[in-house]
Every structure is written in C-alpha cells, then in structure tokens.
Design a protein around this ligand. Sequence first.
Ligand code: NAD
Length: 307
Amino acid sequence: MAPSLDGLPPAGGGRLTPGVFPRPGDDYSGGMAVPFLTLNQNITIPQLGFGTFKVDPGLTQGIVEEALAAGYRHIDTAAGYHNEAEVGAAIRACGIPREQLFVTTKLANPDHKSGDVRGAFERSLTALNIGYVDLYLIHWPMPALDRYVATWDQFAQFKAEGLTRAIGVSNFQVPHLQRIIEETGLVPAVDQVECHPVFQEAELSHYLDDHDIALEAWGPLGQGRFPLDGYTPITDAASAHAKSPAQVILRWHIQSGHIVIPKANSRAHMDENFDIFDFELTSQEMAAIRSMDTDHRLAADPNERND
Ligand code: NAD
C-alpha cells in the first residue's frame, strides 16, 4: 500500500513539518458520522477513538489497521504500552493521509520520575515515526514525586516547538490541575481519566467543565470490571433501542460530552463500538445511567500511584 504520510518528510524524521497540521473543519471521520469536539487549544478531536492498552505489540499493527479500516481515525497509545512503533507502522501502512488521523501518546512514569522528559518524547516520536503527535499527555501525576509542574512546563515547550499539536494530562485530580494552571498559566486540552457508569468522576467533571478541559474516558466499558449486562438502566435502554449494552454505555459517554476510546480486539467489537451514532438516549435514560454512579473508582488511584 502507498505510504500514507502525505505532505510529510520521509520516515525517520520524527519531527513536525510546519504547515501540514489539520485545520479546524478538516475531516477525520473517514466519511462516517463521528462527532468532533474543539479543544481549548483550538484543534478538533474525533470524539470516538480506539484504545491500545494491553494490546500485545505482536498483534498491534494488525489490530490498529483493522480499527482504521472499520472507520476509527483517532488512536490512543502510550510509551508505557510498548506498542508505539506498531501503532506508527499501522498508520504508515493504512493509506489514510496523516492529517486525517488523530494520534495521542503519553509520557511513561519512569521517564517522568527521572526527569528525562524531552528524551522520552523524542523516543516516542521516533518509535511512532509519523512526523508529529496530535496530543501528548502526562500519563500519571505521581504527586509524591512533586515533579508534575516542572514536567508540564516542558510540555508547554514541546507545543511551542510544534512537536505536538496539543498537550494534556491523564489521571490528574482537581488539586493537580489547580497547581499546573496556577503555576504555569497553561490549561490542559484534556484530562484522560477512569470514567464509566459505575465511576463517573462527578466532582472532577464539574471542574473540567468550568475550565473548558475535555474529559477523555479511559476504561469507558469498565475494563471488564463490571458486567456490561448487569444493570437495568443499561439493559432497558439497550432493549428500547435494539442496541447492545456496550453501545448504550458508549452512547452515554458521547451524550455526556466525553471523548471515548474503547479498546477491542475483534472486528466485531470494533464495528459494534463504532455503530453508536444512529440513536439517541432520552433524558430519562441518561439520568438512569447517571444514577448508577458509586463514586468509587475500580482501577488505580492517581493519588497513590507514584511509580
Ligand atoms: P475498556 O473499558 O475499553 O474495555 C476493554 C475491554 O472491553 C476489552 O476486554 C474488550 O475486549 C472489551 N470490549 C470491547 N468492546 C466490547 C463490546 N462491544 N462488548 C463487550 N466487550 C467489549 O478498557 P481499556 O482498554 O482499559 O480502556 C480503553 C483505552 O483507554 C485503553 O485501551 C487505553 O488506550 C486507554 N487507557 C488509559 C489509561 C490511562 O491511565 N491514561 C488507563 C487505561 C486505559
């Protein structure tokens, strides 16, 4: 298949070529009805993306190529997933122009801890080998180390240098966000956090709304930690709309304004998760799902994860 990096320098550069970024209004949808959000750093993001956590590096290129063929135009990876090179290979092989794709990666905790933030970002750019990234995130705040403000300062540099189109954070709680905003004046474009019907991040969500920061939901289907068909607000809505529980949950995220990045290993699940734009949950159905919130996270606590 023809190389897909239209307008970009040959492989190996790992650097931005100014002028090839997508502009607001560019189409990343592959012709399908994926909505876009405009982030506070004035770029658009497809509201539905594809996650790659725990995708075996040996399988990643094929799975990501399959997701791109299914219509996804937004891929989420991380240095810590050890599959950036394979994600990049899929993007180069797929034949879709680079500027129609949205790619996120994240700073791994050991590099955040050691302070080798620039070296880590350059290694990510080299591994991905797709010219630039669309969004670079601090993966975890690791508050006990007290480095995240300095790291955020460096992220601002990367954006100023044009190596990433936008910068954001992941797993940041309100006090962490308050500190980086107060001490640097730079507001993250997104906060990628655990969020699903059983743990809805209600307090954080209000803060993000107030500061025009998009909530990006990781573990949007609960990572298998709760049964998708175990709650009547979800199964009732699924029956009413002739959709699956997973589709109802993803639709709830979309209507809640979240960016959502479900992972799927099979084409059937990829297609199912993509097929959520031809129905709408009623306000009663949305409220019933909101009432499922336990306010207890199911995965790691960002305040306690420090390595
Ligand atoms: P997820 O909630 O997306 O769940 C994935 C699981 O659901 C897989 O086992 C998959 O087989 C299954 N599944 C997918 N579609 C299904 C369907 N239609 N019906 C039934 N089961 C289905 O969990 P995740 O992968 O952990 O989260 C999504 C993405 O978020 C990750 O892949 C990663 O990119 C990102 N993430 C980020 C962080 C972070 O700290 N920033 C942490 C975890 C995940």
